[in-house]
Design a binder for this molecule. Structure first.
Ligand code: 0A1
Ligand code: ZN
Length: 849
């Protein structure tokens, strides 16, 4: 359905629903072309509402019959839903509709993936299944009957009854329609029992296609650990008799927290050492946890409206980050999270798509499942926890669960529990939810007579619709080191609330070296003039693991910036500091691997643009290659030793410690391959015992412009495995040399295995090219053209995924006039497509400004 002039929805216009729902009964008679959905819904007028219009959302439904209290009615139908005259008292609504799962390529509502029926209802997909008040503040218990001939017939809640060709489910917990789910297909369960802290037995099932049972164990194990963790860290127990996870091949996002029936992109469930990398295992653990944690933060307490999305997403991301830190290493997890935040959220916040953590208007809500809502939303909670302390945080969360269980809540409700528990006034803190943009924190200092003073100044650049910003509360965690490298002031929290503010430390014998924003205590950009020597000093001595890494990172960024703009050679401060980290075996290998990784090309482009320099992606690429070669040569003797020492004895395990060793080993391989023309990488490729090594060896070869034979061998070995083939496609587009990237991607779009309607495959090829910074920004504009062609094509079939991928163009404003003109032309071509989706129309319109 295409809207001619889609109207934005505004936070300020919220009005309570006219009717509430006490009970929902749904019956599905499954058929690929015409599934009959019968609904019986108990409505009653909402005493809190002014309006009495009875409106039910409904899109792409064929209404067969409608009755109120048993009497036939003829509702008025529009493309968005229906209205009908109803009694001014509780009544029963019954309606039957037909829908076509087979024709549903958008993967919203009920669709078919590889012969299996499944649903995706967040945010507004339920209206493609049944007429219903499809808004999160209408919550009801659901009973669902499924009729179909598949071995597995699943829905939310607990199994109620079943027979040959049918099954009934009952979900006693009132929920909004976006948490509804149904799955039917030839699926096998990998199962285990779990007993909650209070003794409730729960059956855990991971449902997979026959043949994939051997790849479900890690997800099941991650689920058990998540359940236990939520009991101990937050006092939250599971509340049904079963918890089902289903792996689906065609899915627009990562996974979905439907009550008692989580649906996952199979990429985030299925793993074996032969087919999945350490990174895949890590992601599976985090995403299984994330969806499980939604059971309390999202499902038991949901959102009043979609503007409150960060209420469930920011909090649940924060919780899954805490969990992963507890399971693995907090230091490494924090570094990885900040890398992601800067790569995705800072990039978003700095461009035309910048929006507040709680947006104030949208045209298509699916466009707001963003890094800002999720990742910055989580950072805001991290700051809150820092400000009130872990105990205050736990008390506030206990009160939140007590006070709002069963509610559709708001950010105001969330902040109020913190105010009530701690007595703090969070009025100014609210700006983190309403102001877009990444604050810049300028730092100057002085030292005299034992007193050291930090002068801080904050400034947030304008973002679309927000030219002026007010000062925000910025928690700045600081430690001071003396010139010998000893810590003289341990981590201290400075609470900045003014535009300009100074903080002093007394009794210091010498001018200290500050370690600022420890643990990345606020999502801001620190601006401080300092020397390479001081950064190297912090890299060697800082006791805060995050800042130790950050010092090396800044050093690398500055070296790269100079190499890009002045063609300078990397100085000894950086190379020697890096050598010291590589050699330091008191450090966690995972940390060393992160410290030896250079900033990405996009990161450098962002840094240059922030300092007023127009980045040239090809020059950045060349400089980064040069730096890699210089690092390789500087530590030439160490790489082979490190590569040998970090080999993991024994069979593969996805443990954090083994994964850390492999990461460091493959980093060493990456550098040494620049000296041996890939001999060692070729050997590893031939002998690799797991997918982490296979991909490590192959990507190393591709990075040095080799690996043609291995690419062919990989295809021959894995062409029957969809998830592994996605890696094969993505590696080639993301690692192609800049001059060949567009041609490589174009050739892959002509490959018989390029199933472009499957989001994972589309993302592998087109997303892979967009992620290849120099390749995407080919000055000829060839990549822009190719990406635009495919977005136009996908938009007709799957607008949600197409629109998400248009963010490849969000950095438009950074580049030179010629690149900008070509990007603009590509976007204008998308915008001009007849029948463009609301999703894509909004995104392209915002990017073009
Ligand atoms: N709520 C899910 C992610 C999700 C969001 C939107 C979707 O469709 C528009 C699908 C899934 C999560 O946070 O995991
Ligand atoms: Zn989520």
């Amino acid at each position: 359905m295409k809207d001619a002039a889609p109207q934005p929805v505004h936070l300020q216009e919220y009005a309570p629903p006219a009717y509430l729902v006490d009970d929902v009964h749904l019956t599905f008679r499954l058929d690929p072309k015409a599934t009959r959905v019968s609904a019986r819904i108990a409505f009653r007028p909402n005493p809190a509402a002014q309006d009495r219009t009875f409106f039910l959302h409904g899109e792409e439904l064929t209404l067969v019959s409608a009755r109120i209290d048993g009497q036939d009615v003829t509702p008025k139908i529009t493309p968005q839903g229906l209205t009908c005259a109803v009694p001014d008292a509780p009544f029963t609504w019954e309606a039957e509709v037909d829908i076509s799962p087979e024709a549903n390529t958008a993967l919203e509502g009920l669709y078919i993936s590889n012969g299996m029926y499944c649903t995706q209802c967040e945010a507004e997909g339920f209206r493609k299944i049944s007429y219903y008040p499809d808004r999160p503040d209408v919550m009801a218990p659901f009973t669902v009957r499924i009729e179909g001939d598949a071995p597995a017939l699943l829905s939310n809640g607990n199994p109620a009854d079943s027979g040959a060709g049918w099954a009934e489910w009952h979900d006693p917990w009132p929920k909004p329609a976006y948490l509804f789910a149904l799955v039917a297909g030839d699926l096998r369960a990998v199962s285990e029992g779990f007993t909650t802290a209070s003794g409730r037995p729960v059956e855990l099932n991971v449902w997979v296609r026959p043949g994939d049972e051997g790849r479900a164990g890690y997800a099941l194990d991650a689920l058990k650990r998540s359940m236990r963790w939520d009991e101990s860290a937050y006092g939250r127990e599971y509340d049904l008799d079963v918890f089902n996870i289903v792996a689906v091949d065609d899915f627009n996002m990562g996974a979905m927290e439907n009550k008692g029936l989580n649906i996952f992109n199979s990429k985030y469930v299925l793993a074996s050492p032969e087919t999945a990398t350490d990174r895949d295992f890590d992601l599976i653990e985090g995403i299984v946890a994330h969806e499980y944690f939604h059971n309390w933060t999202g499902n038991r307490i949901t959102c009043r409206d979609w503007f409150q999305l960060c209420l469930k997403e920011g909090l649940t991301v924060f919780r899954d980050q805490q969990f992963s830190g507890d399971m693995r290493s907090h230091a490494v997890k924090r570094i990885e999270d900040v890398l992601q935040l800067r790569a995705r959220q800072f990039r978003e916040d700095n461009g035309p798509l910048a929006h507040p953590v709680r947006p104030e208007s949208y045209v298509e809500i699916n466009n707001f499942y963003t890094a800002t809502v999720y990742e910055k939303g989580a950072e805001v909670i991290g700051m809150l926890r820092r400000l009130v302390g872990p105990e205050g945080y736990r008390k506030a969360l206990d009160l939140y669960f007590d006070r709002h269980d069963g509610d559709a809540a708001t950010i105001e409700d969330w902040l109020k529990v913190f105010e009530d528990v701690t007595g703090r006034d969070l009025t100014q803190f609210r700006r983190w939810y309403s102001q877009a943009g990444t604050p810049r924190l300028k730092v100057a200092e002085d030292y005299a007579d034992g007193r050291y003073t930090l002068h801080l100044e904050q400034h947030t650049p304008p973002t679309p619709g927000q030219p002026e910003k007010a000062p925000q509360v910025i928690p700045v965690a600081v430690g001071l080191l003396n010139p010998n490298g000893d810590e003289v002031v341990p981590t201290t929290l400075l609470e900045m609330t003014e535009a300009k503010q100074s903080f002093s430390f007394e009794g210091l014998a010498a001018k200290p070296v500050p370690s600022l924003l420890r643990g990345f205590s606020a999502p801001v950009i620190l601006e401080r003039e300092t020397s390479a020597e001081e950064r190297a000093f912090l890299l060697a001595h800082d006791t805060d693991a995050f800042n130790k890494w950050e010092a090396g990172r800044q050093l690398a960024r500055e070296v790269l910036a100079k190499m890009t703009t002045e063609d300078a050679a990397p100085g000894p401060a950086y190379l020697d500091a890096l050598a010291a980290v590589a050699r330091d075996d008191t450090l966690d290998p995972a940390f060393r691997a992160l410290a030896l990784r250079l900033p990405s090309e996009d990161d450098l482009a962002q840094a240059l643009a922030n300092s007023g320099i127009t980045p040239d992606p090809w020059e950045i690429h060349a400089a980064r290659e040069k730096l890699k070669a210089a690092v390789a040569r500087h530590l030439a003797e160490q790489w082979p030793a490190l590569y040998r020492e970090m080999a993991c004895p024994g069979p593969y395990t996805p443990s954090a410690s083994d994964a850390g060793r492999r990461a460091l080993r493959l980093t060493a391989l990456g550098y040494l391959s620049r000296l041996d023309t890939g001999d060692e990488a070729r050997r590893l490729y031939a002998e690799a015992g797991n997918m982490t090594e296979t991909i490590g060896a192959l990507s190393t070869l591709l990075e040095i412009g080799r690996g043609e034979e291995e690419i062919e061998a990989f295809y021959a070995r894995w062409s029957a495995d969809r998830l592994v083939m996605d890696k094969w496609f993505a590696l080639q587009t993301s690692l192609a040399p800049p001059q060949r990237a567009a041609a490589t991607a174009r050739a892959l779009t002509e490959h018989p295995d390029f199933d472009w309607k499957t989001p994972n495959r589309f993302r592998a090829v087109i997303g892979g090219l967009s992620a290849n910074a120099a390749g995407f920004h080919d000055p000829s504009g060839a990549s822009y053209e190719l990406v635009a062609d495919w977005l136009i094509r996908l938009d007709d079939v799957n607008p949600q995924t197409a629109a998400r991928m248009s963010t490849a163009f969000e950095t438009l404003g950074r580049y030179d006039a010629s690149r900008q003109a070509r990007m603009r032309a590509a976007l204008e071509r998308i915008a001009a497509k007849p029948g463009l989706s609301r999703d894509m129309g909004e995104m392209v319109g915002r990017i073009l400004g």
